[in-house]
Design a protein around this ligand. Structure first.
Ligand code: TYD
Length: 209
């Protein structure tokens, strides 16, 4: 049995990851793959508890605390869900993974790449996704899509309430990382029509099937 593949979806808030995740899940299931769809921070019992602390808009914390909690949740996620599923030959699709820490805690909050490199190495060694889709939108378009979600101001989380400049920095950092790891990270222009994005996703997925 061949080990499964690990696919991650990235982008600033409002980039449209969730819609694409559902579609990708159906596509791969249609190709006969067994799929585990998950997200970060979260994906385990402890990870979900950390997620609710991390996303609580009433909670304040030091940027390093934020990074440590993200990686703590990730350690559990790898141990309890991601690695066991891959070993069983399942394909894992995760809505966010470590690239998000470099973009949000690095670019957004200003933590040094060295510190994040250290955490990454500690928690996952050389392990990396087989494929990453980075859905690129401007902070303006991301904000507009979040506002159109229609689930009310009360549900705005601790990251979503950040200013446009925060998301500009997050985006810049994602783009930098996508260029650095271009063998793995595919930049998808998420302002395009759903149809043309899906064609692109399918083409790229076929390269790892
Ligand atoms: P998100 O994935 O956008 O979930 P939803 O679509 O349900 O709102 O929320 C997770 C938030 O966590 C998002 O704003 C980005 C942030 N995040 C980090 O800052 N660092 C990380 O390492 C991860 C995984 C997420």
């Amino acid at each position: 049995m061949s080990p499964g593949k690990f696919i991650t979806l990235e982008g600033i808030d409002g980039a449209g990851k969730s819609t694409h995740l559902l579609w990708l899940e159906n596509l791969l299931e249609g190709m006969g793959k067994s799929i585990v769809a998950t997200h970060e921070p979260g994906g385990t019992l402890l990870g979900e508890r950390l997620r609710s602390i991390l996303l609580d808009s009433r909670q304040t914390m030091h940027p390093e605390t934020e990074a440590l909690l993200m990686f703590a949740a990730r350690r559990e996620h790898l141990d309890k869900l991601i690695l066991p599923a891959l070993t069983k030959g399942e394909w894992v699709i995760s809505d966010r993974f470590t690239d998000a820490s470099f973009a949000y805690q690095g670019g957004g909050r200003g933590l040094s790449e060295d510190k994040l490199d250290g955490l990454e190495h500690w928690v996952q060694g050389e392990f990396q996704p087989d494929l990453t889709f980075y859905f690129d939108v401007t902070s303006e378009l991301g904000r507009k899509r979040l506002n159109n979600r229609g689930d009310g101001v009360e549900s705005v989380d601790r990251f979503e309430k950040e200013e446009g400049e925060f998301f500009d920095r997050v985006r810049k950092s994602y783009l930098k990382r996508a260029r650095k790891f271009s063998h793995r990270i595919h930049i998808i222009d998420s302002s395009q029509s759903l149809e043309s994005i899906r064609l692109k996703l399918k083409d790229i997925i076929l390269t790892i099937c």
